[in-house]
Design a protein around this ligand. Structure first.
Ligand code: NAP
Length: 259
C-alpha cells in the first residue's frame, strides 16, 4: 500500500472532503439540500445557492445548526450575470471550488399537443442551459488546479421519456449527453463528470402530483417505496469521494423502476 493510500485509509469518513468547497445549485431544499448536507457531513464547505434568498438562508441554517460548514448565495441558474457573480463571490471567499453539483431544476408538465413554446423554453433554460452556463463558469478553476468533481442531476425520464414531459425529458437527455462530453474533454485535467438519474423522489417537485398518479408510479417500483433525497445524496457522495476512476457515467437511483 502506498503512503498516500495508507493516509487515506487512516482518515475518518468525516474528513474525506476536508477543506474542499462544494457548490450545489438549487440547494435551498429538496435533493440539493440533502446533497449539500451529505458533503458538509464529510468535511466540505457546502455552498448553498438558490434562486430564493429565503431558501438559501434556511438551507445554510439547517447545516450550520448541526455544526457543519455552509455558506449561502442567491443564484438564478438561468442568468449568466447571477452565475458569474456567485462564482466570483465563492472564489473571493474560499479561493477554491472542488465540487459542482448541477441540481436546480423545474417541471412544466403538459401533453405535447398542448405544450406552449414558453413551457418548452423555460424547462430547457432552467434544466439544461443552466448546466452549460454554471459549468462553464466553474470548470476553468478546476482545470487550472487539475482537480474537480462535477455531478449533474438528470432523471430516468431523460433516458426513457414520459407522457406529458417532452420538455423535461429533452432537457434531462441533454444533461446526460453534456455530462459525457464534459467527461471526455476534461478527463486529462482530472475533472470527472457524472450524472445521477433519479426515479420518483419524494420532494416538493413530486408532492404536487395527483395521488392517483403516485399510486400508478408505486406499482412499478420493485423496492416498494418512493426514493428520499438522501438516496440521491448517497450517490453524489460516491462520485465526490471514492469514485475517482469513474467518469462519464449515469447512475440510476430509482428503486429498480427501470431495469
Ligand atoms: P425541488 O424540491 O423543487 O428543488 C428544486 C430547487 O431548485 C428549489 O430549491 C428551487 O428553488 C431551485 N430552483 C428552481 N429554479 C431555479 C433557478 N432558476 N435558479 C436556481 N435555483 C432554482 O425539486 P427536487 O425534486 O429536489 O429536484 C432537484 C433536481 O432533481 C432537479 O433537477 C430535478 O429535475 C431532479 N429530479 C427530481 C426527481 C424527483 O422525483 N423529485 C426525479 C428526477 C430528477 P425554489 O423552490 O425557490 O423555486
Amino acid at each position: 500500500m502506498s503512503t498516500q493510500t495508507l493516509t487515506e485509509a487512516k482518515m475518518s469518513h468525516h474528513d474525506l472532503l476536508k477543506d474542499q468547497v462544494a457548490i450545489v445549485t438549487g440547494s435551498g431544499r429538496g435533493i440539493g439540500l440533502s446533497i449539500a448536507k451529505k458533503l458538509a457531513g464529510t468535511g466540505a464547505t457546502a455552498v448553498i445557492t438558490d434562486i430564493s434568498q429565503e431558501f438559501a438562508d434556511s438551507g445554510v441554517k439547517e447545516i450550520t445548526d448541526s455544526g457543519l460548514k455552509a455558506s449561502g448565495f442567491v443564484c438564478n441558474v438561468t442568468d449568466v450575470n447571477s452565475i458569474e457573480k456567485m462564482t466570483e463571490d465563492v472564489m473571493n471567499k474560499f479561493g477554491r471550488i472542488d465540487i459542482l453539483v448541477n441540481n436546480a431544476g423545474i417541471t412544466k408538465d403538459t401533453l405535447f399537443m398542448r405544450m406552449k413554446l414558453e413551457d418548452w423554453n423555460a424547462v430547457i433554460e432552467t434544466n439544461l442551459n443552466s448546466v452549460f452556463k454554471v459549468t462553464q463558469s466553474v470548470i476553468k478553476n478546476m482545470s487550472k488546479v487539475n482537480y474537480g468533481r462535477i455531478v449533474n442531476i438528470a432523471s430516468v425520464i431523460g433516458i426513457h421519456g414520459n407522457m406529458g414531459q417532452a420538455n423535461y425529458a429533452a432537457s434531462k437527455a441533454g444533461v446526460i449527453a453534456l455530462t459525457k462530453t464534459i467527461a471526455k474533454e476534461y478527463a486529462s485535467r482530472n475533472v470527472t463528470c457524472n450524472a445521477i438519474a433519479p426515479g420518483f423522489i419524494d420532494t416538493a417537485m413530486t408532492q404536487k402530483l395527483k395521488p392517483e398518479m403516485k399510486e400508478q408510479y408505486m406499482k412499478f417500483i420493485p423496492l416498494g417505496r418512493f426514493g428520499s433525497p438522501d438516496d440521491v445524496a448517497e450517490c453524489a457522495y460516491f462520485f465526490c469521494t471514492g469514485g475517482s476512476y469513474v467518469t462519464g457515467q449515469v447512475i440510476v437511483v430509482d428503486g429498480g423502476m427501470f431495469m
